[in-house]
Design a protein around this ligand. Structure first.
Ligand SMILES: Cc1ncc(COP(=O)(O)O)c(C=O)c1O
Length: 434
């Protein structure tokens, strides 16, 4: 099928104010048939922009507007949308084996991917457990930690996001997600502030019920982009070792280059016991994995039925896409690209953000602007979309606009997008002085 986008390195072009008439019409159709929790209507019944195609750093909507995507599709499109090598790998695999037999029968891409991922991850004596989604990977890590340590308790951090399935939700911090299901969530999660002083963490652990593992995002992503204090992750890993806790790194957002290292824990020389990755791993197809030290998985070994599995486990298309992705992470030098993007973001946005009284923070290709309140953040994201830049408003406080471009974004769309963000910040500055 030919796409309506022929290149992925163009600046934005808005031909009709988004969401345009076609987006509105399709949003209304969707709202009439899809459950309200998952339809594309926003919380205030604002119709959504309906995506038609995406390539590289560009997204085209059904009204013919072209955007620069500073969401990278929730961080998935680290290599840009529809990277030709990934499309080729998926197409070739579709001609061989479209669906297999999950954990019962293996297939070559699953085998090659397990080898590759185990070799790549900063985990000793690594084994790979595939998962369908990020939340599924977190569920697996929590189950493995439970069985390997015999201790049910978990240390998690606030803010932190690990997914919305019940185990992952219990570890996630946001009340808005947790409260409707509070009665179903495990009560043995000790949640401490992200970046809390290590002696405080140690003191809390001394009086807590038996805790087997800690679960941490090395850089907090979805909940607002928070960087750990320097040395904190290494200190946390040392503390975990001292107290016999498994260190579980949630690198679902940060993994494969996003923050400027192949895995963010590597910045501090941390080698986790279990590491969850997802998002970028599948190159656009749903795939996640837990990479962990071999002995930790031993309690899962049993004859007969797998303890944690799924019909689509290690899906052939997703494994083929992930293999191509891992090759490209090296070939395209993604961590290095993320570092130079980080320098670009800081250089272009720091002064504009400061002048507008908006906090700017980030690392590599993961940045946040924090506004005075949620409506201001949403208005800002709306103003960006109106000028052709896609960015997500939200985070734990609701006050953040997250900027997370594809790591392969070219100078032309990047500069155009940063100019638009800086101009929107300057408009705020003007508004406040008026
Ligand atoms: C750090 C982190 N962990 C887990 C998840 C959940 O992943 P998924 O949405 O694929 O279930 C996310 C998703 O944003 C994430 O950012």
């Amino acid at each position: 099928m030919t796409s309506t986008l022929e290149r992925g390195d163009l600046p934005p072009e808005i031909v009709t104010p988004p969401p345009g008439p076609r987006s509105r019409e399709l949003s209304a159709r969707l709202a009439a048939h899809e459950a309200p929790t998952v339809n594309t209507l926003g919380p205030r019944d604002e119709p959504a922009i309906v995506w038609r195609a995406a390539l590289g750093a560009n997204v085209l909507d059904v009204d013919g507007n072209r955007y620069v995507d500073l969401t990278a599709g929730f961080g998935v499109a680290a290599l840009g949308h529809r990277h030709p090598a990934i499309v080729a790998a998926v197409t070739a695999q579709a001609g061989e084996l479209l669906h297999g037999l999950g954990d019962v029968a293996a297939h070559p891409p699953r085998i090659a991917l397990a080898e590759r991922l185990a070799a790549l991850a900063p985990v000793d004596d690594a084994r790979v457990h595939f998962a369908i989604s990020g939340a599924d990977a977190v569920e697996i890590a929590l189950k493995v930690a439970r069985l390997a340590t015999g201790r049910p308790g978990l240390l998690a951090f606030d803010p932190g996001y690990h997914g919305t399935t019940l185990g992952a939700l219990a570890a996630s911090s946001r009340g808005e997600f947790r409260e409707p299901f509070a009665a179903w969530l495990r009560s043995d999660v000790l949640r401490l502030p992200f970046g809390a002083p290590l002696p405080e963490i140690e003191a809390m652990l001394a009086v807590a019920p038996p805790i087997g593992a800690l679960l941490v995002e090395p850089v907090v992503g979805r909940e607002g982009v928070h960087l750990p204090p320097p040395g904190w992750l290494a200190g946390l890993a040392a503390l975990a070792r001292r107290r016999g806790l498994l260190f579980v790194a949630d690198e679902i957002f940060t993994g494969l280059g996003r923050t400027g290292a192949r895995f963010a824990v590597e910045d501090e020389g941390v080698r986790p016991d279990l590491l969850c990755c997802g998002k970028a791993l599948g190159g656009g197809l749903p795939l996640a994995a837990v990479v962990g030290r071999a002995p930790l998985f031993e309690p899962l070994r049993r004859a007969g039925e797998a303890l944690h599995t799924a019909t689509f486990l290690a899906h052939p298309l997703a494994c083929a896409a992930a293999l191509a992705t891992l090759e490209l992470v090296e070939h395209e030098r993604l961590p290095e690209r993320a570092r130079s993007l980080g320098a670009r973001f800081a250089a272009r946005l720091a002064a504009a953000a400061a002048a507008a009284g908006v906090a700017l923070r980030g690392r590599g290709a993961l940045w946040a602007l924090e506004f005075a309140d949620g409506p201001a953040a949403r208005r800002f994201a709306g103003a960006l979309a109106a000028r052709g830049v896609l960015a997500l408003a939200g985070g734990a406080t609701g006050r953040v606009v997250q900027l997370a471009p594809p790591l392969t974004i070219d100078a032309r769309p990047l500069d155009a997008a940063l100019d638009i963000v800086a101009a929107a910040l300057a408009d705020l500055d003007l508004e406040s002085t008026r």
